[in-house]
Design a protein around this ligand. Sequence first.
Ligand code: UD1
Length: 427
Amino acid sequence: MPPVERIRVPGGARLDGEVRVTGAKNSVLKLMAAALLAEGTTVLDEVPDILDVRYMADLLDHLGCKTERMPGSVRVTVPAVPGNEAEYELVRRLRASICVLGPLLTRTGEARVALPGGDAIGSRGLDLHIAGLERMGATIESEHGFLIARARGGLTGATVVLDFPSVGATETVLMASVLAEGRTVIDNAAREPEIVDIADMLQQMGAKIGGAGTSTIEVEGVSALAPTRHATVPDRIVASTFAFGAAITRGDVHIRGARAEHMDLPLEKLTAAGADVTVEDDGVRVRMDGRPHAVDVVTLPYPGFATDLQPLVIALNAVGEGSAMITENVFEARFMFVNEMIRLGADIHIDGHHAAVRGRERLSGAPVQATDIRAGAGLVFAGLVADGETTVGGAHHIDRGYPAFVEQLRGLGADVGREPDPYAYPS
Ligand code: UD1
């Protein structure tokens, strides 16, 4: 396990300069799982150096693969028959481990995946994954903390209508369907750019997929796939995080590698807050001169405003001019970190899935605790615009999703640092 550290954040910083964004966490973990669908060596490029990639590599190694990590890339060599049991000790660190369920089931006819852990941001059920696989002929049981999925005679194509456009359930059914017998239709599918990225890679491997990026994905099953080489789509959440960081700190940040077409709503909200947003050939530049205006936000599945950015927009509003209402529609417990923002002097009232934020000119530095990846980033930015010093405990949460976060902030002129957390208790 990584050492327990906290991030020391001196207040009064202004972010100024350039950062470069690499591949998306929420794509690369699934691309690594998708490699399981073909025997041989698949190479992924633009791989971010984050803890979750290490955790996924450990899980694949445990399943009999050989993963090699090089700077910016991962090679995954998959045996003819991968193992089929993902045990709790590996899965609990990473909820995204559930994405091995579809590939293992379709490759081996049986998958045993421990029920996952991951961020403490809500109940995060698996009912839609299960219902989708059952529609395709799998039988699924839950025993001793494991989900056990069986499809001895193989999976059969089916029409799967998702109750909610769940990212994970769309990916599970998509990855299970590419080697199934016949045609699968996923209706009310998630439309995130990361789904399109996985579909692109699967197509390079020989899968027949239409409609990725729309609400209806159609898949014609094939008998085998071949390994491939694929570059991960840029991380729109990391890119938007720095865009918000520029606005919160009244700075000027050029985010190289950002794909503006995946950031429509975040960039629109930043413009409404008064930021000057310019789309450039190789990324996006965000500059904020005065105090931001408070902006209302409602989180929704893509192309709606991403729930992952909700802590960032709360941090922006906490120092904004005026009041705003934030409505969280995706993860019910994602407001958990708000108590930590209040410790920094933010004026926030929660009522169910709404948060009313009244902006303050300055926040007030204090020790706080990151509860998940994005909350951690939001707290660091809030600390940058607080009087005095803030320490953000649970730095490992941030490491799960942001490569070299502290180094990147230092490159933008913030004098942040890492140090052992003397008050940490093992989690
Ligand atoms: C993924 C992202 C996460 C992002 C989220 C929404 C990864 C590793 N994580 O999570 O960063 O915030 O998409 O954009 O890619 N649900 C059910 N039953 C299910 C599946 C989901 O009730 O079977 C619920 C969840 O509890 C949640 C909502 O649906 O309330 C959205 O979940 P989903 O879209 O599946 O998110 P994840 O894939 O877990």
